[in-house]
Design a protein around this ligand. Sequence first.
Ligand code: TRP
Ligand code: SF4
Length: 437
Amino acid sequence: MNTKLDPWSSSDITDYSKLFEEFGISPFENVLPEIPSPHKYMRRKVIFGHRDYEQIAEAMRTGAPFSVMDGFMPSGRVHLGHKMVMDQIVWHQEMGASAFVGIADREAFSVRGFSWQKCREIGVEEYILSLIALGFKPEGLIYFQSGCGSVKDLAFELGAKVNFSELSAIYGFSGETSLSHMLSVATQAADILQPQLEEFSGPKPVVVPVGPDQDPHLRLTRGLAGKMNMFKVEEREDVKTGRKYLSVRGKTAQKEALQELKKRIPGKVKLYEEHIDVLEYPDLAGLEKIVREVAVELGGYAFIPPASTYHRFMSGLQGGKMSSSIPESQIALTDDPKEGAKKVKRAKTGGCVTLEEQKKLGGKPEECSVFELMLFHLLDDDRELLEIRQECVSGTRMCGSCKQLAAEKMHEFLKDHQEKRELAREQLDEYRIIYKN
Ligand code: TRP
Ligand code: SF4
């Protein structure tokens, strides 16, 4: 069966394991040991999957340049779901990444019909203030898509490498889909590849932390990265001897480019009309590095396919899906702290109907939205969380005490966050923000 991932619908994704098989997303556990000091979302399996995160982990360990990139469509109020993404951006920035945040006003304009003015207001007032309040540092770049010339230019170029059939296969676009909507998709791919442009010091690993609904964008962008590149490195096998070797195709490259490349590769190299066979250089990563250097020097592209991480979504506070259209299902970062605390107290738990029953049978933390709030946002101490879980399961903990604790923590968090938002408002000038003019 086909799992449809649609970034613009609100379909529930319940079975995450399907994503592994169908879309080639790898379990996050595999890279966890390679990460110096993993974020709590990683330790707690909130982040469950990734593509190519090995290269990010390696960059963090070795101090090599890498980036984190994410985008937000300015569509409504900023809430806990956005906080999850923002926390990850800030964390990667702390781990040494150069950070890029795009406010997807092109997407809001084309998909939601919002005016530029409205996009700007929501972009600043909701998303940017909270991003800064959550710790985003001024070295990072924040831009509105429609104010960013390099993103728009790149989007147009990328558009030459994708046609309507591909877009409809990925997104289910039809004859009714507007040209602007399609352009917003190309723009998003440009968002993701921009950190590797020469003006941001060239090719490097980039990680895009997203929810699984955004994966179609990543698949498209990874494909486009390959299509834009001047060279393509492949592993080949000699049919007669069975010997493995590497081969570089110059897809968009001129003859001179291949000749230049030939000079730089050590060992035995054979130059053909449109490719080079590399017979004595078994180091794929090393060869890719040489190839990237030559491509960039000659003015071509050498994008590394973007890496990504995938996080679970929190369920709604009343059960079901967390959704902006149901205010009771979620907590906005600008909710009055008292109101936020009340929402916690009204939330659905995994407890039993009567206290007696609960003492006998225990509760179900995995079906409890209060527990989820603590797991995702409110408790930093893994041990405390584990204790709560054990007490719950064994029937020694009652929901009232969890709700009390979570409500207090939520109140505290919202109050503190909103104070920081006001500070952020005063510091906006210190940030690199590209607005639409
Ligand atoms: N499509 C994303 C959303 O709906 C926003 C977005 C724009 C984005 N550009 C991006 C996400 C680049 C990740 C990377 O919110
Ligand atoms: Fe949830 Fe706590 Fe109740 Fe367990 S005791 S179901 S964790 S609220």
